[in-house]
Write a protein that binds this ligand. Sequence first.
Ligand SMILES: Nc1nc2c(c(=O)[nH]1)N[C@H]1C(S)=C(S)[C@@H](COP(=O)(O)O)O[C@H]1N2
Ligand SMILES: [Mo]
Length: 252
Amino acid sequence: MNKISRRELIYGGVAATAGAAGLATAERMAKRYGLIPPDGSGIYGPGETLTYACQRILTTCTPAREFPRSMISKNPFANEIAPPTDEFKRMQAAGFKEWRLVVDGTVARPLVLSLSDLKTMPMRSQITEVACEEGWSYIAEWIGTPLSSVLREAVLLPATRYIVYYAVEKSLWGSIDMTDAMDPHTLLTMGMNDGDLPVPFGGPLRLRVPRQLGYKSLKFVTHITATDNIKKFGKGLGSVDPEYGYSWYAGI
Ligand SMILES: Nc1nc2c(c(=O)[nH]1)N[C@H]1C(S)=C(S)[C@@H](COP(=O)(O)O)O[C@H]1N2
Ligand SMILES: [Mo]
């Protein structure tokens, strides 16, 4: 189901059963339970808050949808992006041996991990869908270590509320809440189908967030920062996406 139809469904359902007064109550409840997304102010703020709060209340325990092997897409579509930096190309030529993932912020044990370090952590494989907000999608097998295992290794401080992640081009970044961060399906992905994760699909390291639209699954991840205060990052909206009119929370 795409973002719009799901949002309309939830809106429609909430509005039909509860009416306008109910919407106000839902918003009050969202505030009471701290379910205000980072982009929950401004003109679209109440809509963003309702979508996020409804999904967190209704679907927190719903796992990401997994598919049988027979449904893996024969020709997955890589949304080719401008090739990353010269530094990236140099590391690619050297087989990504120098690739590092920095983990810092509100953690007791900051980490710097190579790809081989990551491969010694618990590995998991899952067949899930990438769905772009522009309407196309594909299914693939993704292999990697859950973000949660890396976060456990780094020992999160209790105040942590969001995990911020950056691509090799630091201008590209996103964040997720702790529900998605600790979900075992949220995967630091190093393999796809039968091999290493190809560069067009985000290799050598991509954060797959299968409970949200494709744009939350950032390619070329080099840095993860745990934080208790998302307002300190960028324009304070939780990722670059809301700065361009996309929702911070893009649940599917
Ligand atoms: N670093 C980086 N990650 C990115 C993007 C990007 O441009 N740069 N595009 C996003 C968008 S909009 C989508 S829909 C998916 C596309 O994933 P795919 O290329 O595997 O189809 O990657 C996401 N991750
Ligand atoms: Mo996308």
